[in-house]
Structure formats: structure tokens, C-alpha cells
Design a protein around this ligand. Sequence first.
Ligand code: PMP
Length: 379
Amino acid sequence: SAYLDYNATAPVRPEAASAVLDTLRVPGNASSPHAAGQRASALVQLGRSQLAELLRCSPNELVITSGATEANNLALRVAAPDGGQLVVSATEHPAVLEAARQIATDQGCDLTIIGVDRDGQLRLDELHAALNSPLPTVVSIMAANNETGVLNDIQEMAELTRAAGGIFHTDATQLVGRLPLDLSTVTIDMLSLSAHKFGGPQGVGALFLRRGLPVAHRPLVRGGGQERGWRAGTLNVAGIAGMGAAAAAAQAQLDIERERTAQLRDRLEALVLAALPDTQINGRSVPRLPGVSSMTFPGAPADAVLSGLPEVAASDGSACSSGALAPSHVLLAMGRTAEEAESTVRFSLGHATTKAEIDFAAEQVVSVVRRVKEAMWVS
Ligand code: PMP
């Protein structure tokens, strides 16, 4: 079998699994003053500093959340100026798009959605136009797209936003731990991430909030004042320990994994293209994440392809919206037809992917796509 759905969730790294288990074995609320509580607190500090090291920020610039969905919601809520402008791209994850729609309504903001070209690259002229607005502005542009892997030049966009006096947030969920990122040199104001995309456990993530950023204290969750009041609730000690261990392992392996993953992804594409030359690879001519391949198989609906591939874990569009009947908003924004979008499968690789998995997947994909095309042609 082959697990090629890292963008939905990556396998937990052994270092992270051990850290979670070790932590679960010792009691302690990280807010308690007794020794047991302080042991838990030390584990939280370690996890937080491992994550901070990966991002090159300060540990106290991180607000631990339940994942990127919550981090995105919190970022937009605290940064969106009442009566201002919220700018997002058309290919954002629903955790930004849906949050932005709600917050724009709640806080009376104008919502500006920036389009992309056929390769999925942001239309910078539209960003420039939005930044020309006299309204106080928050821009949220993802670092790497979850469906295509297409990268945005977030450094450039952060600088443009800052020059125009706005606040820049990026949903970097698919980038963190896979490509280098240095918040000590890049002028990003806020950044969201989720541990399970880089080999940590599910249900934990973080929002980076740059020190001194002029945001409103509008937490989504109020209560005991944890996380300096930004996110109340007993800390998820095991989750944070696992996230930290995964961050440390990802950082140590980043260059090797990046290179290996890109080679395996290129091998998958070469094998599939050799046998199915009409396959379209979305975003292939622009900078992409090393481990993602979004393939359109003309004449082969993705649901039929995937149901013929039980031993190859891949996805149509994003896992979060699979099951929904609507074609991918990302591919539609890239100018694909609904039929093309519905004939697209996303393969995503990462730290534990092997050559054997790639060869197995390529062979399976080729034979199933051929069979589906024939069946469609006949019927
Ligand atoms: N943003 C992006 C780009 C994602 O890919 C995902 C996960 N599919 C999320 C946000 C949400 O992450 P989580 O479900 O862990 O909150």
C-alpha cells in the first residue's frame, strides 16, 4: 500500500509519539504550582521552545491552539479592524475563507478576495489595488496551497502589506516543517500552523503573534487566562510535547527530507506522465512544495479513480471538503472547468514516503485511470 495523503495528515513521527506517551504517563496541570504541575509546565516550555526554534521566533510569541483552524480564526478576529478591510486569496483553506466571511460580517469589514492565475499564483496587481484602500487592512495569504502545493512569496506580500500600513497573516499549515522559514528575518506579523502536518499529533497547533503587534484582545475562548489570556483552558501538555518533538525532528531532517520528497514526487509524476501523457499537473511550472502533486486525469472522475485505489491513500480536492459535492474552489479559481476539477487527484508525500510506495502507487494509478477512462468512454 502507499500513504500519499500527507497534506490531509502526516504519519506521526516516532519522536513525537514517544514524547506524547512519556507525557501522558506523568500527571500534572501546567498551571499548578506544585512539583507535578511544574514538571508539566517544563514539558510545555520545552515543546514551545522547540516549535519557536523551528520558526525562529520567541516562545512567548506563540499562542497554543487546537490547530490551524482555530489559529486562523483567532488571527483574523484579533487583527480585523472594525469597519476596515480584510484581504484574502481565493485559494485559501476554508479555515480562512469561512472565518473571514464571518468576521467581515461581525466586525463590519469589507472583504476583498484576490484571484489567482492558471498556475495558482496570486494576482499581485489585485493585492496592490487592495492595499491602496484608505481602510485599515489585514491581509491573509497562505504560504503553500494544500491542494496544489503552489507557494506564495509571503515575504514579498508581507513587505508590501507592511509598507501600506497593514497587518499580514499567513496560514503556513502546509509549509511549516517542510520548507525553511525564518520569522526573525521575514516580516510576517501572524502565522498559523497545525502540528499534524509535520508529524506531530492531531488537535494541536499554534498562532504566532509578533511581539508588540497592535491587535485587539478578542480571544475566542475565555476562561482561566492561560496563554496570556489569548486562549483559555488547561494546556494540552502531551499535544504540545508531541508538537515540539515533531518540530525538532522536522528541523533536523528538513534539508534531507525536502530533497528526498521532491525526488520521489518527481518520480511519481514521471511514471504517471509516461503512461498517461494527457495528465495535467497543476502548478507544475511554478514554485511548489516538494511533496505535492495535483494531477488532472481528463475523462476520469476522481471519485471513480479513488474508489478503485483503496490501497493508495490520496485525495480529491482537500480532505476537509471531500464528501461535499462541490468541485474544488482552488481549481475553479485557477480557471479549471468543474469537470477538470472533478477529475483531479492530490498526492502528497513526506518524511516517511518510500520509493516502493511511489512505484506501487504509480502502477495502481495508471491501471485504474485507464480502466475508468475506458468505462466512461463505453457508457
Ligand atoms: N489550513 C490549511 C492550508 C490546511 O491544509 C489545513 C488542514 N487541511 C488547515 C488550515 C486546518 O488545519 P486543522 O484541521 O489541523 O485545524
